[in-house]
Design a protein around this ligand. Structure first.
Ligand SMILES: Cc1ncc(C[n+]2csc(CCOP(=O)(O)OP(=O)(O)O)c2C)c(N)n1
Length: 368
């Protein structure tokens, strides 16, 4: 069992790593994942990257109004999706997690429907783009207010414990979120209650333009777990296997009744904070280029090639397949048409009160 072999020390000075930046296995234990799983991780990361690239086209062609790029976060996000039990555990993600939503199995048509606000959006076009969710897959809908989903994740985890469901609540967020009061309240309460909650920080070192050292005096994010009496793990989040092994272990420990943990996945976002941001104003290009040397996809591809599991032909076939999936899903989401305006008056209350009825009538008349 990997559990016994992995050097599983919380609060390590260096991030936990399984693959070197050259894609060489450097862990003190044997690889125990089958080829199909190893290849799936790769496919999911490439799909996440290609989805992000497609989002850039959507914003540049004026088809969507907001994107929070996730390129650089793919290893972390694919690891999270594979460490929990999909559709059984609950995921509480944040807006940069569209690659995670895809890896969780949210259909591409729903993802594009959400980005376009089309009738293919399960949230009926009432959310900001880049705010996924899925009732069927147990994915709590993303909220824009930073860290506001942390207390709900704790609440869900406490409920899971009280009812003995065997589920785990996994909550993801950025480094900036750890400066919010909601974050501390949520993590503290989960720790005190010994709830099955796993808190995962996708630390890309920036909260928009605010660099980490202006955000916290802690040496790293994992360290903050000490204050709440739970373990904190610092991991190279651009190493999909290290992220997966640590998260899997932590999720299963939490499920077994050992309470919460905090996992810090050190990543880097290559793009701007969002489509409304110009990152050249606060970070040098050289820093971004240096981060690309740790690229989760390139590193992992080298590893797979070393294992004899990947080739140029496999790469070409994978990219062609994903391109086709993206094309057809986008077409379908567009063909669904705009979300009807009257949908904004639905599902808020069990029956529509007179003032909403009036507003609905006025809006529809105006549009006519
Ligand atoms: C409560 C609150 N304050 C401020 C904002 C504005 N805001 C949106 S994203 C963001 C930065 C969050 O950074 P981080 O948590 O590190 O995540 P990242 O976007 O870097 O992945 C801020 C300050 C907000 N949405 N909610």
């Amino acid at each position: 069992m990997i559990k016994d072999q992995i050097e599983f020390q919380p609060f390590t000075p260096e991030p936990i790593r399984v693959l070197s930046e050259e894609g060489v296995w450097i862990a003190p234990f044997e690889l125990d994942l089958d080829p199909a799983t190893l290849e799936r991780f790769y496919s999911e990361m490439v799909a996440a990257r290609m989805l992000d690239e497609r989002f850039t086209i959507l914003i540049r062609t004026g088809k969507t109004s907001f994107v929070a790029p996730h390129s650089g976060h793919e290893g972390a996000q694919v690891a999270v999706a594979n460490a929990l039990r999909k559709g059984f555990d609950w995921l509480f993600p944040y807006y940069r997690d569209m690659g995670l939503a895809l890896a969780m199995g949210v259909p591409l048509v729903e993802i594009f429907g959400q980005m376009l606000g089309s009738a293919a959006d399960p949230a009926k076009g009432r959310q900001m783009p880049s705010h996924a969710g899925s009732k069927a897959l147990h994915i709590f809908t993303v909220g824009s207010a930073i860290a506001s989903h942390v207390p709900p994740a704790t609440g869900a985890a406490i409920s899971m414990k009280l009812r003995g469901t065997g589920q785990v609540a996994v909550c993801t967020f950025g480094d900036g979120a750890t400066s919010e009061g909601d974050w501390h309240a949520g993590v503290n309460f989960a720790a005190v209650q010994g709830a099955p909650a796993v808190f995962v920080c996708e630390n890309n070192r920036y909260a928009i333009s605010v660099e980490l050292t202006h955000q916290t005096a802690s040496p790293n994010v994992a360290e903050k777990a000490r204050a709440y009496g739970i373990p904190g793990y610092r991991v190279d989040g651009m190493d999909v296997l290290a992220s997966f092994y640590v998260l899997k272990e932590v999720v299963e420990r939490s499920r077994a009744g050992h309470g919460p943990a905090l996992v810090e996945l050190e990543v880097y976002r290559y793009g701007p904070h969002s489509s409304a941001d110009d990152d050249s104003r606060y970070r040098p290009k050289a820093e971004v280029e240096a981060a690309r040397k740790r690229d989760p996809i390139l590193r992992y591809r080298k590893f797979l090639e070393g294992q004899g599991l990947w080739s140029e032909a496999a790469e070409a076939e994978l990219r062609a397949r994903i391109t086709h999936q993206l094309d057809t899903a986008l077409e379908e989401a567009q063909a669904a048409g705009e979300a009807p305006v009257e949908w904004m008056f639905e599902d808020v209350l069990s029956s529509r009160p007179w003032h909403l009825e009036e507003q609905r009538r006025i809006v529809l008349e105006e549009l006519r």
